[in-house]
Design a protein. Structure first.
Lengths: 180, 122
């Protein structure tokens, strides 16, 4: 995607802005969906993120900065939303099958369980895991996005991986010998 | 499941598509959230009274205060002068009365002196 698209959007070109939205909507929506476990809330969150982007386009310096900014705002908005809304309100489990990547659904039960277990993590570790494994961001970037020390990010990843693996084994979705 | 658990997580957590028509709905929501437009409000011409009324009133008040102060100072000086003259006149009157009484007393003393002298001689 060319940087000129960002410049056009900053100049008020709405079609250029729509292109930027289409390029990033999947990631932003997925962060909302897997953080909140609700499609309606995730769509609201994504809309909020892009409306904020529209108002702050002048402060976005490059497309790389745009990607960082969108993920940071989405993750932090989701954490704030989870603080305000009771935990149980975010658990409509009948919808959770929608939050797995469809092309990876060779084992739907496994995907559903993984997403459910991810949803049981506390908001901050959940955001760390999504930025690490969904968005493929490195530890330093995640620390900057969530305003936390790098060591805290590493600790969240380590503990969350251990917890997820343990629960997957407990649910007999993976075998002990499968573990690295 | 022989893959590394982290790779499995990456594979299963790939981003999903946003709902159909999400971008269109967002773009329709934008006008209400449009960047604020700065509109130049028409500048109303102010009348002479609006423009200079307050400074003129302040100047007039100041002038009135000065003149009033000056007038009252003059009145105070006149009163002091008048009281001084009155006091001086009263003092002169008192001195005059005293002098008259002294004259009478002196004459009385003078009229008594020859008789006393004759008595002493005899």
């Amino acid at each position: 995607m060319p940087d000129s698209l960002l410049l056009q959007a900053r100049a008020g070109d709405r079609r250029a802005f729509a292109e930027l939205v289409k390029a990033h909507q999947g990631s932003v929506f997925s962060i909302g969906l897997r953080m909140l476990n609700r499609r309606d809330a995730a769509e609201d969150l994504a809309q909020d993120v892009f409306l904020q982007l529209y108002r702050k386009l002048d402060s976005i310096e490059s497309l790389q900065h745009l990607g960082f900014w969108l993920r940071r705002v989405a993750a932090n908005l989701a954490i704030d939303w989870l603080r305000r809304v009771p935990y149980s309100a975010t658990q409509p489990l009948d919808e959770s099958h929608d939050v797995a990547a469809p092309e990876a659904d060779d084992d739907p039960l496994m995907s559903r369980e993984l997403v459910r277990l991810l949803g049981e993590l506390a908001p901050h570790p959940r955001a760390v895991m999504l930025l690490r494994y969904q968005e493929d961001r490195d530890v330093a970037e995640i620390a900057a996005m969530l305003d936390m020390p790098v060591n805290t990010v590493k600790s969240h990843i380590k503990r969350s991986l251990t917890a997820l693996r343990g629960q997957m084994i407990g649910a007999r979705l993976i075998d002990c010998e499968d573990l690295p | 499941m022989n893959e590394n658990f982290e790779d499995e997580l990456r594979r299963r957590l790939r981003p999903v598509d946003a709902p159909e028509g999400f971008a269109d709905r967002l773009m329709r929501a934008l006008p209400a959230e449009a960047k604020p437009v700065v509109v130049a409000l028409p500048v109303r011409r102010r009348t002479w009274a609006q423009q200079f009324g307050m400074p003129a009133a302040l100047a007039a008040s100041l002038l009135a205060a000065v003149l009033l102060g000056q007038y009252s100072a003059e009145q105070r000086d006149l009163r002091t002068e008048r009281e001084g003259l009155e006091a001086s006149r009263e003092l002169m009157q008192a001195l005059r009365l005293t002098s008259d009484k002294l004259d009478i007393a002196y004459e009385a003393v003078q009229s008594l002196e020859p008789a006393d002298a004759e008595e002493n001689r005899s």
